[in-house]
Design a protein around this ligand. Structure first.
Ligand code: DLL
Length: 434
């Protein structure tokens, strides 16, 4: 079976990849300087000229681009080709501000789909597979990206989109889906419904490609057990292209970044200083082969670690760790920093369900943290007498691992709304809303 989709890139010699990146970076910087007024202004104001960028070693000289800059230039400000060359747009959900719109030429779509095809092949996908795509289609990139990747691999592609869980399961069993692509929270919902319908034996899934939201190793173990598959992480963001910026291989130990298209850096989010490999910080990405919407040193706000350690899978592409949170989803509760995924890890380690919600508030000038988590039906009948004892035990486990004592509330089964896309895990009432 084919192990790589594009071995010449995925397994390139590190020096050869570096040379390709140098060449592509220099070209991209020249092009955006000439075509995109706000890049020119940004570079001019930092005193950097395109001639000063001769290789990736000069990357640090270039200014960062923030999401706010993209919002300010909405919709066409960062477009680097004539509109007549653009064939598609996608957009972020815009829940926390003005939408960001990303543009694609046909060449951009091709390279994006190739990145998704690499992820599918790394998860064991081939033309023999039935790829069940339950990421949303439309402005969200998840559905179309994985759909395109699946076509490139030549697999039978089920463009399910999210929602209508009954129909999802019917197609999954009738057509024998072998690879499931969706958010981890939706995979958990599908697993729960399959279990409740007693249909586990009729599922043929062998792999799941899960991303678009934070999830923990504990959640991976749960999904692998409940769905009988191997679960792979996949990362990406609309601004940079969509899913497939990086993907996991069979080692399941971090995601290989498609370095022929994207250069990753890790910076200290407070100072902007570039950090060495192995240090945790904010991921910054430069796209070096996109034509319509190339972004240079884009600050993702995602926190992770980069590693050049040799991977037994044979790929030489640098790896980024599982995401450790976002600079903007870190909760500061009475001075202690906590990420929602750490709370998830504690809950799942303690045998709770992945159905939880975190409620933060401020009462009489003091932050409060409540973790509501559903019990399984079995737990519910077993522990109904001792709910407060279990709540206390969970509070103690949180305290020992996270250094904070939340109020833990055990909820009855099926009382927390299920997600069909990205789950809403945190309700921070201090911000005046969800
Ligand atoms: O979520 C693209 C995507 C679709 C990725 C399908 C993977 C699979 P956006 O809606 O723009 O794009 O959201 C991007 O989602 O900055 C991360 O904070 C988060 N995210 C994406 N992948 C992961 C992951 C898509 N594997 C934002 N783990 C990113 C944790 C993820 N968070």
């Amino acid at each position: 079976m084919k192990r790589y989709y594009q071995s010449e890139m995925e397994c390139a010699k590190v020096e050869a990849m570096r040379a390709l990146q140098d060449e592509r970076l220099v070209k991209t910087v020249k092009r955006v300087y000439d075509k995109v007024a706000c890049y020119k202004n940004l570079m001019d104001s930092k005193g950097v000229s395109p001639d000063g960028i001769k290789s990736t070693a000069d990357l640090h000289k270039l200014p960062f681009i923030s999401k706010d800059a993209l919002r300010d230039e909405y919709p066409y400000g960062f477009l680097a080709v004539p509109l007549s060359d653009v064939v598609r747009i996608h957009s972020t959900s815009g829940t926390t501000g003005r939408r960001v719109v990303a543009f694609y030429t046909q060449a951009d779509i091709d390279l994006w789909e190739e990145c998704c095809a690499r992820a599918l092949v790394a998860a064991g996908g081939s033309s023999d597979d039935v790829v069940h795509v339950s990421y949303g289609y439309g402005l969200f990139t998840g559905g179309s990206g994985m759909n395109g990747g699946s076509h490139k691999v030549g697999a039978l592609t089920l463009p399910m989109s999210s929602g209508n869980t009954e129909r999802q399961i019917q197609f999954m069993t009738d057509l024998g889906s072998t690879i499931l692509c969706c958010t981890p929270s939706y995979a958990a919902y599908l697993a729960e419904t399959i279990h409740n319908r007693g249909m586990r034996d009729r599922i043929k899934l062998k792999a799941g490609i899960f991303g678009a939201e934070a999830w923990s190793e504990e959640m991976r173990a749960e999904l692998e057990k409940d769905l009988g598959l191997k679960a792979y992480d996949i990362y990406g963001l609309t601004e940079i292209t969509g899913p497939g910026v990086s993907f996991e291989c069979e080692e399941q130990a971090g995601m290989h970044v498609n370095e022929d298209h994207f250069i990753p850096e890790i910076i200290d989010p407070a100072t902007g200083e570039v950090l060495p490999h192995g240090e945790k910080g904010e991921l910054v990405i430069t796209s070096i082969s996109k034509t319509a919407f190339p972004l240079i040193r884009y600050r993702t706000r995602d926190i992770c670690v980069l590693s050049r350690d040799e991977c037994p899978c044979g790929r030489t592409l640098i790896k980024m760790s599982r995401l450790m949170g976002r600079t903007d989803d870190m909760l500061t509760i009475r001075g202690v920093n906590v990420f929602p995924s750490q709370i998830e890890a504690v809950l799942l380690k303690s045998g709770m369900t992945p159905n939880y919600q975190i409620i933060v508030d401020r009462v009489r000038h003091t932050d409060t943290l409540e973790v509501q988590v559903e019990m399984t039906p079995e737990m519910f009948s077993d522990t109904v007498k001792n709910i407060s004892g279990m709540e206390k035990k969970l509070t103690a486990e949180m305290k020992s691992m996270l250094d904070i004592s939340p109020k833990v509330t055990l909820m009855t089964p099926r009382s927390i709304t299920r997600s069909e896309g990205k789950a809403v895990r945190v309700i921070d009432k201090r911000k005046g809303g969800a």
